[in-house]
Every structure is written in structure tokens, then in C-alpha cells.
Design a protein around this ligand. Structure first.
Ligand SMILES: Nc1nc2c(ncn2[C@@H]2O[C@H](COP(=O)(O)OP(=O)(O)OP(=O)(O)O)[C@@H](O)[C@H]2O)c(=O)[nH]1
Ligand SMILES: [Mg+2]
Length: 172
């Protein structure tokens, strides 16, 4: 008899243009597009992934929600089922960093048991005015979240982050 397949979902939210879709493209296809195509509501793909240190594969749905206002009334249907919520900001955009509070409050309201991560993107464009990693770590600690930084353009940090997220959901 086939063992019942365990299913999980990992959901990326955050400011418009923060880089959610680009991260998923880099992870799924190892590609990067300069052009911006906004996500209207949501995109997802499903992947069977091996859990490190375990002889086990699990099915994970990776969701990217649009950062535009029209997603907001739909969060009540998207967030309660998520196993891990990744709040994404662009390290070169202070506005996207501040907007994380909105997503954090929605996480507390709608998926308080989900693992929480803060993901800084666009690290290839980092300069002296960018959000410092220490500031992101401080915010993550205050919210009980795990911080990551990466670049969808170069791929730096992307695989390591997804691997860590998969372990976080599959061990729970
Ligand atoms: N240089 C650089 N550009 C990036 C990076 N990630 C995304 N971009 C660019 O930033 C723009 C927005 O990226 P998206 O992934 O579409 O952003 P999003 O968060 O999905 O946007 P919405 O769907 O509107 O919420 C695109 O033009 C990407 O090419 C990155 O790490 N570095
Ligand atoms: Mg998108």
C-alpha cells in the first residue's frame, strides 16, 4: 500500500515588486527575468522534495501572492492553510521593509502557528543606504522569525534558503 503523501505549503507575501515571483522562478527553473510581470492574485507550483537527513519525500506547494492591494481581501482564504509564511522585502527599499508590519499582523491574525521567515532580496544591488542585515536580524528576533537574504539575479542564498524552509516545515 502506498504511504499517505504528506503535503505542506510555503507562501511568499510582501510588498509589490519585492521579488517574490523572481525567487520562485530562480528556485523552480534556475532562471531570472529583468522584466516585471506583476502577480495579480497568486501563482503556485508543487514540488516533491527530499527532506534532508530523512529517507522521505514530501509534496510542497510554493505560493507567491501579489503584493498589490487586491490580494488583501483574499488573505483570509490563502493564509490559514500555510505551513510557513515568508515575508519578503527588497533590501534597497525601506518602504518594503516597513510594509512587513502589515504582513506580520496578518500572519498573527490568520496563521499564528505557521513558521515565519523574513526574506531580504536584491542583495546584488546592496549599497550603503540599504537595510543592514543586523536590522533585519533584530526585526526577525522581535517577531520570532528566521531571517534570510538572497538575490534572485545571482542566485546567491536562494537554494540554501529553500532547503532550510523545507526542513522547517517537514520536521514539524
Ligand atoms: N537586481 C535584482 N532584481 C530583482 C531581484 N529580484 C527581483 N528583481 C526584479 O524586481 C522586479 C520585481 O520582481 P518580482 O519577482 O516580479 O516581484 P514580486 O514581488 O513578485 O511583485 P508582485 O507580483 O507585483 O507582488 C522584476 O523586474 C525583477 O526582475 C534581485 O534579487 N535582484
Ligand atoms: Mg509576483
Amino acid at each position: 500500500m502506498l504511504a499517505k503523501q504528506k503535503k505542506y505549503s510555503i507562501t511568499f507575501v510582501g510588498a509589490q515588486k519585492s521579488g517574490k515571483s523572481a525567487l520562485l522562478d530562480r528556485f523552480q527553473h534556475n532562471t531570472f527575468h529583468d522584466e516585471y510581470y506583476r502577480t495579480l492574485e497568486s501563482d503556485f507550483f508543487e514540488k516533491f522534495v527530499k527532506v534532508s537527513n530523512k529517507d522521505e519525500h514530501v509534496a510542497i506547494r510554493f505560493w507567491s501572492l501579489g503584493g498589490n492591494e487586491r490580494i488583501r481581501p483574499l488573505l483570509d482564504s490563502f493564509l490559514p492553510d500555510t505551513s510557513l509564511l515568508a515575508i519578503v522585502y527588497d533590501v534597497t527599499s525601506r518602504q518594503s521593509f516597513s510594509e512587513m508590519s502589515y504582513w506580520y499582523n496578518e500572519a498573527v491574525r490568520l496563521c499564528p502557528d505557521a513558521a515565519l521567515c523574513l526574506v531580504g532580496t536584491h542583495t546584488d544591488l546592496r549599497d550603503k543606504d540599504s537595510i543592514k542585515e543586523s536590522q533585519a536580524v533584530q526585526q526577525a528576533t522581535a517577531w520570532g522569525a528566521t531571517p534570510f537574504v538572497c538575490s534572485a539575479l545571482t542566485g546567491d542564498g536562494v537554494d540554501e534558503m529553500f532547503k532550510a524552509m523545507v526542513s522547517m516545515v517537514a520536521r514539524g
